[in-house]
Write a protein that binds this ligand. Sequence first.
Ligand code: ATP
Ligand code: MG
Length: 266
Amino acid sequence: MQTTTTALLEMQSIGKRFGAVQALDGFAMDVEPGEFVTVVGPSGCGKSTLFNIVAGLEEPDEGGILRFKGRGCHAKELLGRVSFMPQRDLLLPWRNVVDNAILAREIEGANRAAMRAEARAMLPEFGLAGFEKQYPHQLSGGMRQRVALMRTFLFERELMLLDEPFGALDALTRSMMQRWLLDIWQRHRRTILFITHDVDEAIFLGDRVLVMTARPGRVKLMRKVELPRPRKAELVTSPEFTAIKREVLDAIEEEAMKSFVAETAA
Ligand SMILES: Nc1ncnc2c1ncn2[C@@H]1O[C@H](COP(=O)(O)OP(=O)(O)OP(=O)(O)O)[C@@H](O)[C@H]1O
Ligand SMILES: [Mg+2]
């Protein structure tokens, strides 16, 4: 009997070795269309490596299975099919804010004037109103991050990979951007994979929180977050939220200890 699959992305037995470093080993997960999955785990456990694979920039080692929309594929076939905001913002220093934001669409061949107009209209939503002509070196770290996020957003794909997109933002801007992202996600029904080191953020945003093990990275815990949406700021002090947080923190602490011991012994 043929099994039908609904997952947008499926990964089984995914491994990745860089020389002596085994970054990922036996990693497996499915992502359903429209889901928001947040990823946490100790530094160096392979989170960015995982995203590089799904973005088509790195090929996993032999023996792993990768499927997109039910079809088995090589990682490189996913290049250009997902929108990806890498951990480093990769803004081009010689392009201003608007021209950096439209870069991915321009490469695709979109009309430059039309894209610029679209990007300009989005500036206020990203807290960048009045900054369209500025160059990256004239922006703060948080602003650069928002330009990179805007670029990722303009490159409309079903699956968005965001690698610590709010890492450089102050607490206020960060919670504003979180609410903005949830709103966009709910209106556009994109599928999002989101890396963060902030457990509150992971739970507040996610349908599921994936906790990775210390390197080699695998799934330590996949915790469903059954908190009602739209999510309000007060939610983070509710008993339900706190219970999930305890569980996620316990899993992370166990793994962080392992990577700490491994590093001090090395
Ligand atoms: N291109 C590469 N060449 C060699 N080693 C690499 C490469 N990319 C990643 N690594 C190694 O793989 C491991 C996992 O790195 P990765 O960047 O995926 O971690 P991470 O979980 O994203 O960490 P962080 O939370 O600090 O961003 C690290 O030991 C890193 O040094
Ligand atoms: Mg990383």
